[in-house]
Design a protein around this ligand. Structure first.
Ligand SMILES: *Cc1c(COP(=O)(O)O)cnc(C)c1O
Length: 395
């Protein structure tokens, strides 16, 4: 037998973390890494945050899980908090980002079905989108590498170029249910949508009674310096998927919707065994205690300005390799003139710095949201040393 017990779907690297301390990971042999990947934008409060750890420990000892057969004071309280702090009127809790997107897709279709428009079932998504790995969410992207070998996929999706309004409007017809878009694309190369583009999607949704659905699984929960990224754009979605940072490392997600958008999601239409269990709710509450605290998002924005400024200063010193900085808040991308995965590996293996590759030759810089200036300084120093010691692969 040669297959590994752990199904070999990930090309895992040689870092084998066994412990975390704030913005640092510690490997099996005691080696330390500065973690500017945060488990792909999940560890919003870093590793071992005392408030989050304590909340999980206490809730685990009190009540972990009961199923959704019973009333949920924990779920009601956390849903209310999300409602109070967002566009939404109602929330469905999931265990992952893909499940939150699945719920969002079902909510959009169920809306049209509930008003007697069963034919309005096609959701327009965007090139280079990443919405998860379930059959529904791989059907919602046209990225070949996510879909190949898993056909037949789900019908009912159409794909437009990201941020290209005319090409998007060309796809709108009588079968359109709405749009599903990451306001800031993560996996696809850290691209924020432009304000006029999202505004135009909002306008056409209002005009034609379509559902504007945002996938904020990566860009939500303080990552961009707002609680949710849509706040940068002065518009609101009808439906939104949230996950990653929302549990600070505890697996959970949420599908948020307006009352109108959720009109098809009635008794018996959807469910989840674990979704919204008391343990997850305690983790989510603890994360929001920190993120929604006065001044926390101001801190994200000011540290982001300093990190971004330092990155921009660094570019001319290494202009054989670095091209530009993009992104919002602490969801930053450094576009490079080489294979991002190779450079990410170099930083990791030779300089103890963790970042994440993305599409479009971008390395993603996703530190914990509570980093301090000293972490920025250390990051810039490691990145600068990494750029200086990097041998461009032969073309
Ligand atoms: C990570 C991600 C997902 C999928 O989340 P999972 O928890 O891995 O299912 C969906 N959408 C976006 C934008 C993501 O970044």
């Amino acid at each position: 037998m040669s297959i590994s017990p752990l199904m070999p779907v990930y090309p895992r690297n040689d870092v084998r973390p066994v412990r975390g301390e704030g913005a640092y990971l510690i490997g099996e042999r005691g080696e330390r890494y500065l973690d500017f990947a945060s488990g792909i934008a999940v560890n919003a409060l870093g590793h071992g945050h005392p408030h989050l750890t304590k909340a999980i420990q206490e809730q685990a000892a009190t009540l972990m899980h009961v199923s959704n057969l019973y009333g949920s004071p924990q779920g009601e309280a956390f849903a209310q908090r999300l409602v109070d702090n967002s566009f939404a009127d109602t929330v469905f809790f999931t265990n992952s980002g893909a499940e939150a997107v699945e719920c969002a897709i079902k909510t959009a279709r169920a809306y049209h079905s509930s008003v007697g428009n069963n034919h309005k079932n096609t959701i327009i998504t965007f090139n280079n989108a990443f919405h998860g790995r379930t059959l529904g969410t791989i059907s919602a992207t046209n990225q070949e590498k996510l879909r190949k070998g898993f056909e037949p996929l789900l019908p009912g999706f159409a794909y437009a170029p990201f941020d290209d309004l005319n090409a998007t409007l060309d796809l709108v017809n009588d079968s359109t249910a709405g749009f599903l878009i990451e306001p800031v694309q993560g996996e696809g190369g850290l691209r924020p949508a432009s304000q006029p583009f999202l505004q135009a999607l909002r306008d056409i949704c209002d005009k034609r009674d379509l559902m504007l659905t945002f996938d904020e699984v990566q860009c939500g929960v303080g990552r961009t310096g707002k609680f949710y990224a849509y706040e940068h754009y002065g518009i609101t979605p009808d439906i939104m998927a949230s996950a990653k940072g929302i549990g600070g490392g505890f697996p959970m997600g949420a599908c948020l919707a307006t009352e109108k958008a959720a009109r098809g999601m009635v008794f018996g239409t959807h469910g989840s065994t674990y979704g919204g269990n008391p343990l997850a709710m305690a983790a989510g509450q603890a994360v929001l205690d920190v993120i929604l605290e006065d001044g926390f998002l101001d801190h994200v924005n000011s540290i982001s300005d300093r990190l971004r400024g330092a990155l921009e200063q660094l570019i001319p010193n290494h202009d054989h390799l670095f091209e530009s900085v993009r992104g919002l808040g602490l969801m930053l991308g450094l576009k490079i003139k080489s294979d991002p995965r190779d450079f990410v590996a170099h930083l990791r293996d030779n300089h103890g710095l963790l970042t994440v590759g993305a599409g479009d030759n971008v390395i993603r810089i996703l530190p914990p949201l509570n980093i301090e200036q000293a972490h920025v300084d250390e990051f810039i120093q490691k990145l600068s040393e990494g750029a200086a010691s990097y041998q461009l692969p032969e073309a």
